[in-house]
Structures are given as C-alpha cells and as structure tokens.
Unconditional design. Structure first.
Length: 97
C-alpha cells in the first residue's frame, strides 16, 4: 500500500519535530518516528482499526501519546493529512472537517 503525505502533514511534522528537539531526547524523537512507521504498517496490513475523527478520517496517538496523526485510507493508499501536538489548539484541525 502506498503512503503519501499532504503538504500540511509534512509542515506540521517538521514543526512538531523542531519543537520536540529542545524538549525530548534523541531516543524519544526516534521512537516517535518508529511509532509512526508502526501505525502506518498496521494500517496498510489492516491489523488495527484506529479511532474515527470524522466520516473518512482516522486518528492515532503516537510519540508516547503526545502527537496525533490524522489520515485517510483508500484501497491502495494511505494519505497522511496532519500531525497535531496534543498541547496545540485543536481549532487547527478545522480544515479537516
């Protein structure tokens, strides 16, 4: 299954990584990316069903439950939409609704 990232997803992940760079250890940041890969692998193999955010959008907690990943799934593609640090304003997600 192919995995694509939206521009918003790429920008939000970079923003979160830069924020966490000063607050987390290198190991915690590596673990965040490892968890991201695990979630995407689970989705691609239909091993886990994640919580729905809206009609066709799912969410998963990663990074020791500090970051939410928002994505959609089609028959042959996972589209990563956005990453949200759980300490950020959830109004940033209005564009997903």
């Amino acid at each position: 299954m192919r995995i694509r990232y939206t521009k918003e997803a790429e920008e939000s992940l970079i923003e979160i990584a830069e924020f966490l760079y000063y607050r987390w250890t290198d190991k915690e940041i590596r673990d965040l990316y490892a968890e991201l890969e695990t979630v995407l692998e689970n989705v691609s193999q239909s091993l886990v069903v994640y919580e729905k955010f809206s009609e066709n959008i799912f969410q998963a907690l990663i990074g020791n439950r500090n970051v939410k990943l928002y994505f959609t799934v089609d028959s042959d593609e996972i589209l990563v939409l956005f990453f949200l640090n759980c300490r950020q304003n959830p109004d940033r997600l209005d564009f997903l609704k």
